[in-house]
Ligand binder design. Structure first.
Ligand code: AMP
Ligand code: MG
Length: 337
């Protein structure tokens, strides 16, 4: 299959929407990361997403809608709190797990009786959902296990020859996947995956916001998890990632002992001037770190890095999402000083 690269002109968006309507898989830009989209009701198209990514069949796909009011078509009940959250955060990087109806096939939900619903704000993604008239199932557009793509070029690298087309909608704004929540009660939600909609932001609407323990800790083999994605090796480049939670002086003493061919560091902007090692920076605050993390992990692979020592982000606000992705990229290898 020849993968065509489309742009954000109305003509090309119509082509992308037609491809999706006709059961093809298309790489799509969103404000979080790029996704691999298909008609969520078309089982063969959804299976083709799993095949293109090499994704385990029990890892559910998020279904993307043009407006939250469409959620009633695909779910059996929607709590009042979900509507309040939608008013505040949709369109945007928030996925709500709700009980699904028969219009969402089991392949799409990874065998679960729930479905993650999101209303993306990216104008290209929004327009393609409208033009196709389909609820679009879309996981991140990377090969399973590899860092998520934040540009059309990343998607082309991973998916060339595996999908019908990729739409270039520029670099993803947030750079980390959506916040995924489930409903514990009428006034309480649980964060299953942290993202740009933070615990503090959710507390503006909910009485109680629980952070699932699997976000910061390794899930034991065979354990049942609320969010299947948590069990899998994730976000990992080819290079071995080691996260170092310390000040910059202690970070340097760790790297010093291990520094040899193929060793790189991923540091903050303020460190660069005093960093004597091969290095890259991923910004100075959590928002920039989210925006740049996956891109830097891919760039480090291109440089041929074998081992990368990374300064740990502060797990506050959107930083919790960055921390959560990095600790998984590192396979939970953390040095704390
Ligand atoms: P990705 O599409 O690659 O961003 O991954 C989506 C992630 O969202 C999955 O790996 C799950 O962890 C989570 N997710 C999606 N749908 C559900 C659901 N119905 N219940 C719980 N978690 C979900
Ligand atoms: Mg993913």
């Amino acid at each position: 299959m020849d993968t065509i690269l489309l742009n954000d002109s109305e003509n090309d968006l119509l082509k992308a929407a037609d491809l999706i309507k006709n059961g093809n898989v298309v790489g799509l830009p969103t404000e979080t990361v790029y996704g691999l989209g298909a008609d969520s009701a078309n089982e063969n198209a959804v299976r083709a997403i799993f095949t293109a990514k090499g994704r385990p069949a029990d890892n559910p796909l998020i279904v993307h809608l043009a407006d939250f009011s469409d959620a009633v078509k695909y779910t059996t009940s929607i709590p009042e709190l979900a509507y309040k959250l939608a008013e505040r955060f949709c369109p945007g990087p928030l996925t709500m797990v709700l009980p699904k109806n028969d219009r969402i096939p089991m392949v799409t939900s990874g065998g679960l009786d729930t479905v993650g619903i999101r209303v993306p704000s990216h104008p290209v993604m929004h327009r393609i959902i409208e033009l196709s008239g389909c609820p679009i199932a879309a996981p991140s557009a990377n090969i399973s296990g590899y860092p998520s793509p934040t540009t059309a070029e990343h998607v082309m690298r991973d998916m060339q020859g595996r999908v019908a087309a990729v739409v270039n909608g520029g670099q993803s704004d947030f750079g980390v996947e959506s916040t995924v929540i489930s409903f514990d009660s009428d006034s309480s939600v649980r964060i299953l995956r942290p993202g740009a909609v933070t615990q503090e932001m959710l507390l503006e609407v909910c009485d109680n916001v629980v952070i699932d323990p699997a976000i910061l800790h390794e899930v034991e083999e065979g354990a049942t998890v609320a969010s299947p994605g948590m069990k899998y090796k994730h976000y990992s480049p080819k290079a071995d990632i080691i996260m170092v939670e310390s000040d910059f002086e202690s970070f340097k003493s760790v790297v010093d002992k291990a520094y040899s061919d193929g060793v790189y560091t991923l540091v903050f902007d303020g460190d660069e001037a005093n960093c004597p090692y091969r290095h890259m920076s991923y910004g100075s605050d959590s928002l920039q770190q989210a925006h740049l993390l996956f891109q830097r992990l891919r760039e480090l692979d291109e440089l041929g890095a074998k081992k990368v020592y990374v300064r740990a982000p502060s797990p506050e606000g959107i930083g919790l999402a960055v921390y959560n992705r990095l600790i998984r990229a590192a396979g939970f290898e953390v040095i704390r000083i």
